[in-house]
Design a protein around this ligand. Structure first.
Ligand SMILES: NC(=O)c1ccc[n+]([C@@H]2O[C@H](COP(=O)([O-])OP(=O)(O)OC[C@H]3O[C@@H](n4cnc5c(N)ncnc54)[C@H](O)[C@@H]3O)[C@@H](O)[C@H]2O)c1
Length: 327
C-alpha cells in the first residue's frame, strides 16, 4: 500500500449530514490532516456545513475526487449510496473511510474490497466503537486468556430516537445491530448460529422495527446476546444506554457510554455521551495516522464488515422464518 507522504493529508467529505459534524471535529484533532472540502446533495446543507467547517463546497462528487489536494474521502451519505461513492473515490485513487453499515449486501462490500485491493488503497469501515480504549483493553484481555474461558458476551443499546430522525435510517437491525456485530467479532469472535426477533413499538407511521434482539452461539462455545432499541431510553440506575459485557471464568469486563455524560442534548440523544465523539475521534486518527501514514491495518476491516453483514442477513432471515439460522 502507498503511504501518504505529503505534509498535509487532505480530506474530502461526500455527504454532510449529522455524522459529518463528528468527523469534522475528529479531522481537526488529527495531526497533519486538513478537511479540504465537502460535497452534499442538497446545496443549503452543503453551504452551511462548508462555512461551519471552514472548507470548500465542491459542485459535484466527481470534482471532489479529482482534486489532487485530497488524499482520502469519507463516505458519509446514507447506506443506499455507500457503494456508488466508495467506488468513485477508489477509482480515482483515494483512500476511503466509509460509514457503517458499509454496504447494503455482502456483494457490495466484496466489490469495495476488490477495488481497494486492486488499487493498493485503504478502505476502512466506520466501525467506531472498537476504537475506544475500553474495547481495545477487553480484546487484549480476551486474547491473553486473562478472562479465562469466555462464557458470554452482551451488547446492549437503548437510546430513544424520535420518529423523524429514525425514519432517515433503516430499522435498528441494520442501523444498530451492525455496530453490535462488528463489536462482537472484534472482542470475542464469530457466531455459528443465531435466532432473532424484532418489534415496532413507538412509531406512528414509520414501519421499520424500533427494537430487535439476537441470541447467538459462538465458535468458541460461548453464548451472546444483542439488544438494539430506538424505542425508549433506559433511565434506571446503571442504565444499559450502550453497555458491552464480556464474562469469562477468570474475569469480566464492562464498557458503558454512561461513564462520561454531559448534561446537554447530543445530535439525536437527550444527553451528550462523550464516548460517541471520542470513538470517532480515535477511529479517524487511526485511519489517517496509523493506516495512511504508517501502513497499519484498520482494527475492524472490510473482511469483518462482510462477516458483520452476514450476521445481519442471518438475523433478518431468522426474523422472517421464525427460525434458528446457521452461519
Ligand atoms: N458511526 C455511527 O455511530 C453513526 C451514527 C449515525 C450515522 N451513521 C452513518 O452515517 C451515515 C450518514 O448518517 P447521518 O446521521 O449523517 O444522516 P443524515 O440524514 O443526517 O445525512 C445523510 C446525508 O446523505 C445525503 N444523502 C442521502 N441520500 C443520498 C444519495 N442517494 N446520494 C447522495 N447523498 C445522499 C443527504 O443529503 C444527507 O446530507 C449513514 O450511513 C449512517 O448509518 C453512523
Amino acid at each position: 500500500m502507498a503511504l501518504v507522504k505529503q505534509e498535509t493529508l487532505g480530506i474530502g467529505f461526500l455527504g454532510a449530514g449529522d455524522i459529518s459534524v463528528l468527523h469534522a471535529a475528529a479531522v481537526k484533532k488529527a495531526h497533519g490532516a486538513k478537511l479540504v472540502g465537502l460535497w452534499n446533495r442538497g446545496q443549503d446543507r452543503a453551504k452551511q456545513r462548508a462555512a461551519e467547517f471552514g472548507c470548500k463546497n465542491y459542485e459535484s462528487p466527481e470534482a471532489l475526487v479529482k482534486d489532487p489536494a485530497i488524499h482520502a474521502v469519507f463516505v458519509l451519505t446514507n447506506l443506499e449510496s455507500h457503494l456508488e461513492y466508495t467506488k468513485l473515490a477508489l477509482e480515482h485513487g483515494k483512500h476511503v473511510l466509509v460509514e457503517k453499515p458499509v454496504g447494503a449486501t455482502v456483494e457490495e462490500i466484496q466489490t469495495m474490497k476488490k477495488l481497494a485491493d486492486a488499487g493498493g488503497l485503504v478502505c476502512m469501515p466506520g466501525h467506531n466503537y472498537v476504537y475506544e480504549s475500553g474495547m481495545v483493553r477487553t480484546k487484549e484481555l480476551v486474547e491473553n486468556g486473562d478472562l479465562g474461558k469466555i462464557c458470554s458476551a452482551y451488547v446492549m443499546y437503548n437510546i430513544h430516537h424520535p420518529e423523524e430522525v429514525a425514519s432517515r435510517y433503516p430499522g435498528v437491525v441494520r442501523q444498530i445491530l451492525t455496530h453490535h456485530s462488528y463489536i462482537l467479532l472484534y472482542l470475542v469472535g464469530k457466531p455459528v448460529e443465531l435466532c432473532a426477533m424484532k418489534a415496532t413499538l413507538h412509531y406512528q407511521t414509520y414501519t421499520e422495527e424500533d427494537i430487535a434482539m439476537v441470541q447467538m452461539r459462538l465458535e468458541n462455545g460461548a453464548l451472546a446476546h444483542f439488544c438494539a432499541s430506538f424505542a425508549a431510553d433506559d433511565h434506571a440506575a446503571d442504565p444499559w444506554t450502550v453497555m458491552v459485557k464480556v464474562i469469562g471464568t477468570a474475569g469480566s469486563t464492562r464498557y458503558s457510554y454512561r461513564d462520561h455524560v454531559e448534561i446537554k442534548p447530543g445530535l439525536v440523544h437527550s444527553q451528550t455521551y462523550t464516548a460517541y465523539q471520542g470513538s470517532i475521534t480515535n477511529e479517524v486518527r487511526h485511519f489517517l495516522i496509523d493506516c495512511l501514514r504508517h501502513g497499519e491495518q484498520p482494527l475492524s476491516t472490510l473482511d469483518d464488515a462482510i462477516v458483520a453483514q452476514k450476521l445481519i442477513e442471518a438475523a433478518e432471515k431468522s426474523i422472517a422464518n421464525k427460525s434458528i439460522v446457521a452461519l
